[in-house]
Design a protein around this ligand. Structure first.
Ligand code: RIB
Length: 297
């Protein structure tokens, strides 16, 4: 089984701030770092560091070389990434406050310049039983989902960031949802985690559903049973890419056939390590670090 992640690649401009900028306010930041990011890139790095073989597809501009270098260093196949000469690489402006929380402003750039022909050409390299992973930071998702299904591919979808376009997608084709409470409530209704999970199960009766709950851990419905796992307590430095790390580790574990609770445990440990470090993809741990972390608990 091959794993294809058709997803965003962003240059993350990360500013350390005392508090998030308020309307009308001009605020000086304490530091600025540029990191490799994008939910797509982060999840490919997490899959690969977890131990999976992964192909990343998407677009960057000519200013996106450091993103491709980062993917290659992480062991990700980048043969399906296109470099566009007329569009800049996507970027994110990220404020991180002293508690490690963030807020993110996105500019899509090349992530929104994927053509129908690129989608067709990339998907033609994959087939029956291969897994397509998607997030909501690139254009062309409807075509990707429909054509992947025609080819017999399985689809995992992290509907992040959530917006109104998602309701127009053929979500009934999705086998794996990985989403947080806000995304889950938007798609399935409900207020409490149990209600949200129940709403998602009713709307998507054939899907497996991973619901992340921030400080309250995560839940997983595997089609038969529901599992829960708490977070591992760590000192939070930067929460950027915690969800992406969780998604990559969870899917790699599920593809290897680990039990539901073991998938949650590994993914929770990996994201705990990620939040204890700065940056997006640089914070994603290698699987040896995750095994060592778990052995210490
Ligand atoms: O999930 C974190 C990511 O969201 C950042 O790396 C940023 O690029 C945005 O896509």
């Amino acid at each position: 089984m091959k794993i294809l992640n058709f997803g965003s690649l962003n240059l993350d401009q990360v500013y350390a701030v005392d508090h998030f900028v308020r309307p009308g306010e001009t605020l000086s930041s304490g530091s600025l770092h540029t990191f490799r990011g994008g939910k797509g890139l982060n999840q490919s790095v997490a899959l690969s560091r977890a131990g999976a073989g992964v192909y990343h597809a998407g677009c960057v501009g000519e200013d996106g070389k450091m993103l491709l270098d980062g993917l290659t260093q992480a062991g990700v196949d980048i043969s399906q990434v296109r470099i566009l000469s007329d569009v800049p690489t996507g970027h994110a402006i990220i404020q991180v406050d002293p508690s490690g929380q963030n807020c993110i402003l996105l500019y899509g750039g090349a992530n929104q310049a994927i053509t129908p022909e690129q989608i067709r050409e990339t998907l033609s390299c994959f087939g029956q039983g291969d897994l397509l992973l998607l997030q909501n930071e690139v254009n062309g998702l409807e075509q990707m989902m429909s054509e992947a299904k025609e080819r017999g591919m399985r689809i995992a979808f992290n509907p992040s960031p959530i917006d109104e376009n998602i309701s127009h997608l053929p979500l009934e084709l999705v086998e794996f949802f990985v989403l947080n409470e806000i995304e889950g409530a938007a798609l399935g209704g409900g207020k409490t985690p149990d209600e949200i999970l129940q709403g998602l199960r009713e709307r998507f009766p054939h899907a497996r559903i991973v619901l992340t709950l921030g400080k309250d851990g995560a839940m997983y419905f595997d089609g038969t049973q529901t599992f829960s796992h708490p977070i591992f307590p760590v000192t939070v430095v930067d929460t950027t890419a915690a969800g992406d790390t969780f998604t990559g580790y969870f899917l790699e574990s599920a593809c290897r056939g680990l039990s539901g609770i073991e998938c949650l445990r590994r993914a929770s440990a990996a994201s705990a390590i990620a939040v204890s470090r700065e940056g997006a993809s640089p914070s994603v741990p290698a699987h040896e670090e995750v095994e060592a972390f778990l052995a210490a608990f």
